[in-house]
Ligand binder design. Structure first.
Ligand SMILES: CC(C)(COP(=O)(O)OP(=O)(O)OC[C@H]1O[C@@H](n2cnc3c(N)ncnc32)[C@H](O[C@H]2O[C@H](COP(=O)(O)OP(=O)(O)OP(=O)(O)O)[C@@H](O)[C@H]2O)[C@@H]1O)[C@@H](O)C(=O)NCCC(=O)NCCS
Ligand code: ADE
Length: 271
């Protein structure tokens, strides 16, 4: 089990790199440009991922040693601070939480499959969020203003965006023989369904509606084998003109990449 946790930790780091380098992604940092994030760059995000990598290694050790949940939360809080100190950004705040939650749930669910993993995530989140949030954040303000549930709702429901949306979308596309577009089917599904509080915080209900509609449009283009790469580039220009982004989608895409990497589904099937 400990080496399995270490392997998942490595895949969680790999997933975040795969998300970062997927290009184009509307509003987000990618290999073409920093999207709607004027304070970010590929280099800065790579520096942040060095912190994430160190954090996930420590977290795997803590879990292997059987430490209490409080120790894992403390490591998450320390990683948020280290990211600000070493990379000068909070660009992986959501991912530090989501990846840590998945790794912690994997340690507690003991290899019982995706349904057991999702249930363990929900169980841990219920313990973490058993009382009202005190400190206000961009996400919590968006939740208050728009009646959204954001990352907390996603966690307390056992990561439905991962298990019920992204992974099935990828697997359906793969089963249809379309390995090349499976990642984009997954991106489209996440854009269409995630209640992304970064989009809400920056551009209100209209911003989130744009992301959701673009997700459905992307899914259709993928299905029709149309030019979805051009669509994504054009939407990037639009998002930048509106300061719109989708950091929650990015984090959940990274988590999806990580899990698919862990299960071996990202690798081409042997001939
Ligand atoms: C519980 C925490 C997650 C704290 O939550 P908090 O309320 O403090 O934070 P939020 O502001 O809600 O941020 C959470 C980040 O989650 C991402 N996200 C948004 N919507 C969703 C969603 N529906 N599902 C999943 N994830 C979602 C999003 O992250 C990305 O955006 C970040 C940039 O956002 P922001 O800071 O608002 O930045 P800007 O728009 O650039 O701001 P301005 O400059 O315009 O002002 C970036 O990080 C992306 O990753 C949300 O931001 C958690 O922090 C906590 O408790 N941590 C400690 C414990 C821990 O880690 N434990 C480990 C597990 S045991
Ligand atoms: N590619 C990306 N761009 C901006 N914020 C992000 N948070 C996580 N991944 C991101």
């Amino acid at each position: 089990m400990p080496s399995e946790l270490r392997r998942l930790a490595d895949n969680l780091v790999r997933g975040a790199f795969l998300e970062l380098y997927l290009t184009p992604k509307p509003g987000l940092v990618d290999l073409n440009d920093p999207g709607s994030h004027h304070d970010l760059s590929i280099n800065r995000m790579e520096a942040s991922l060095a912190v994430v990598s160190d954090y996930l290694g420590r977290l795997a050790d803590s879990l292997a040693q059987g430490e209490e949940l409080a120790a894992q939360v403390r490591l998450g809080i320390e990683a948020e601070a280290a990211m600000l100190e070493h990379a000068g950004t909070n660009c992986h705040k959501g991912y530090i939480f989501l990846s840590g939650l998945l790794l912690t749930a994997a340690a507690r669910s003991g290899g019982g499959g995706e349904a057991a993993l999702s249930a363990a995530v929900a169980d841990i989140a219920a313990r973490l969020f058993d009382r009202e949030q005190q400190e206000k954040s961009n996400g919590s303000r968006a939740c208050d203003s728009y009646g959204a549930r954001g990352i907390r709702g996603e966690a307390m429901d056992g990561l439905p965006a991962l298990f019920r949306e992204a992974l099935p979308a990828f697997r359906r596309e793969l089963a249809a023989g379309n390995r090349g577009s499976a990642v984009y089917a997954m991106l489209g599904r996440l854009m269409a369904t995630v209640e992304d509080t970064t989009a809400l915080h920056r551009c209100g209900r209209e911003g989130l509606a744009t992301v959701n509609e673009d997700g459905r449009a992307l899914e259709l283009l993928v299905e029709q084998r149309d030019d979805f790469m051009r669509f994504l580039s054009q939407r990037n220009e639009h998002y930048v003109s509106r300061n719109l982004t989708m950091g929650g989608v990015a984090d959940l895409l990274a988590l999806s990449f990580a899990w698919l990497s862990h299960t071996g589904e990202l690798e081409p099937a042997p001939q």
